[in-house]
Ligand binder design. Sequence first.
Ligand SMILES: Nc1ncnc2c1ncn2[C@@H]1O[C@H](COP(=O)(O)OP(=O)(O)OP(=O)(O)O)[C@@H](O)[C@H]1O
Ligand SMILES: [Mg+2]
Length: 281
Amino acid sequence: MDLPYLKFFGLKEEPFSTVPSPRYFFLTSVHSTALEKTAYVVGAKKGLSVVFGDTGTGKSSLARLLHQKFLDQGIVSVLLTNPSYPTPNSLLRTIAQEFGTTRTDKSFKGMLDIFKGFLIEQALQQGKTVVLIIDEAQTLRPPLLELLRQLINYETNDTKLLQLVLFAQDELRNTLARPRQDNFRSRVVMASTLEHLSLEELRAMIRFRWEVASGGRQHPFTDDAVAVIFEQSAGMPREANILADNSLLLAYYANSPKISGEYVNQAVSDRRANLSRKEAA
Ligand SMILES: Nc1ncnc2c1ncn2[C@@H]1O[C@H](COP(=O)(O)OP(=O)(O)OP(=O)(O)O)[C@@H](O)[C@H]1O
Ligand SMILES: [Mg+2]
């Protein structure tokens, strides 16, 4: 899509799109630590790792990045972005299908055997690492968690046959804290939490995104503008991107090549006014 401000600011693409694109993902220290921890658990075939984070902190982006990284390394990886299936049977069938198993069976037990056979064949005959990445894992109800627990139980003498990486909002932390979930919780080898960005990290993210979108140019945000974006977004990446994008549009309408804190403040009040109007309706 050709946006009006692209030419004005010398951009090739939209710099602050909220699509979780790996190309626009800036590896902050928090994100790279989470990436390293999960890659370690998978590489060492230790089983289960979980990445927690509030809404808009970069979970889906990181999940895609990790999936791509695994594929590039020749790891057999599947990314499920919407796991809220009605039954364990339907989740299992989807998982098996996504991994490309050709055989099916009418019974749940039969499907479990087929999937286990697939894992054994991949691991023992082909020497492959198999990983399942699940985004939005806070939507997994207890019967689905129980299925996943069963799947990560398949093992050889010293390694797990299936590596599982969950990306989830805090609700999953609460679910796992219940006594009934002791079994699942105790299998988590590494857990990470995506914290909000610091001012420095946010500044670096804006610089990075602008460089990608413009082919290396400097961004037009003043220090003051970056500080207001930080304050108003509380360092939450999605909110920060939305504010940066809205400020960009306001500066364009005002024919201003620099983006000062005033434009950000205006974007904040516009957004507040319109969102609360919607809520009131
Ligand atoms: N480290 C980062 N660098 C660049 N952009 C980021 C970063 N982290 C998050 N974003 C951006 O913030 C927005 C939200 O990220 P994402 O969709 O990954 O969040 P999420 O944690 O999955 O949110 P939700 O819980 O609502 O699904 C996206 O535009 C994404 O590109
Ligand atoms: Mg997400």
